[in-house]
Design a protein. Structure first.
Length: 224
DNA sequence: GCGACAG
DNA sequence: ATCTTGTCGC
């Protein structure tokens, strides 16, 4: 089998996007949220060839029963470039978000918040654009150093990057690899970590992102 | 200069 | 993310 590299990302484009991230990251506000959490949404995207299917699942809190599901399906315009995931997925996620009849108090995103090279992961990016509280729950680390947490559910360890405590690893299930939690916007690390653990009921992933992940996969059959 | 690199 | 088979544990 041949080794085929991805089509090279335009250096000029990457440079301008990097600038945009630096500017937008200055708008990110990390603070204890002031809302009363009554509804929260999880979002995620799946791909079918050159098309992207983004989903938003609205849940009631703390019951976590599903209130609404919306999605949007269109061709993708950006390739995946580590550190620039938001420019590939956020546009379509915003389209799906607009379809929600009820807007959530908080958005949980499949990816990172401020635990990003320039402090603007997709969760922060969406938070700034929507001016909504957001947080990220990722399955893999992007930047930073950390020690593995104890094997018991609820165990956590800090993730540092440039001497800043930007995220936490969190064991949401006994003896299962931890998830990586970070605040996105209008949110703080402690609350984000608590909510990630609290909404992870029977699975490794918190219900909001787990369900968004599930429907993103399930809805593929519908769009064909 | 050499790796690492969300989804 | 997607491709892709069997396998281990609750």
């Amino acid at each position: 089998m041949y080794y085929r590299p991805q089509p090279p990302a335009d250096p000029e484009l990457i440079r301008s996007l990097t600038e945009r991230q630096k500017e937008m990251s200055q708008q990110v506000i990390i603070q204890k949220p002031d809302f009363t959490l009554r509804t929260l949404a999880g979002c995620d995207s799946s791909f079918i060839g050159e098309n992207i299917l983004s989903v938003f699942v609205l849940l009631r809190y703390p019951e976590l029963d599903i209130l609404e599901i919306q999605y949007n399906y269109v061709p993708v315009e950006m390739p995946y470039v580590p550190g620039f995931l938001a420019f590939r997925e956020a546009p379509n996620l915003l389209k799906a978000y607009e379809k929600l009849e009820t807007k959530p108090d908080l958005i949980m995103v499949d990816g990172h918040g401020i635990s990003h090279p320039r402090r603007l992961g997709i969760a922060s990016y969406l938070g700034v654009l929507l001016q909504k509280p957001t947080m990220g729950v990722a399955k893999k680390i992007l930047v930073g150093k950390y020690e593995l947490p104890a094997p018991e559910k609820g165990s956590l360890t800090p993730i540092f990057h440039r001497d800043e405590h930007i995220a936490n690893t969190l064991r949401t299930k006994d003896k299962v690899k931890p998830v990586f939690v970070s605040p996105g916007h209008l949110m703080d690390l402690e609350t984000a970590t608590r909510l990630a653990l609290e909404t992870a009921r029977k699975h490794k992933l918190p219900e909001p992102t787990r369900l968004a992940d599930h429907y993103a996969e399930e809805l593929k059959k519908e769009v064909r």
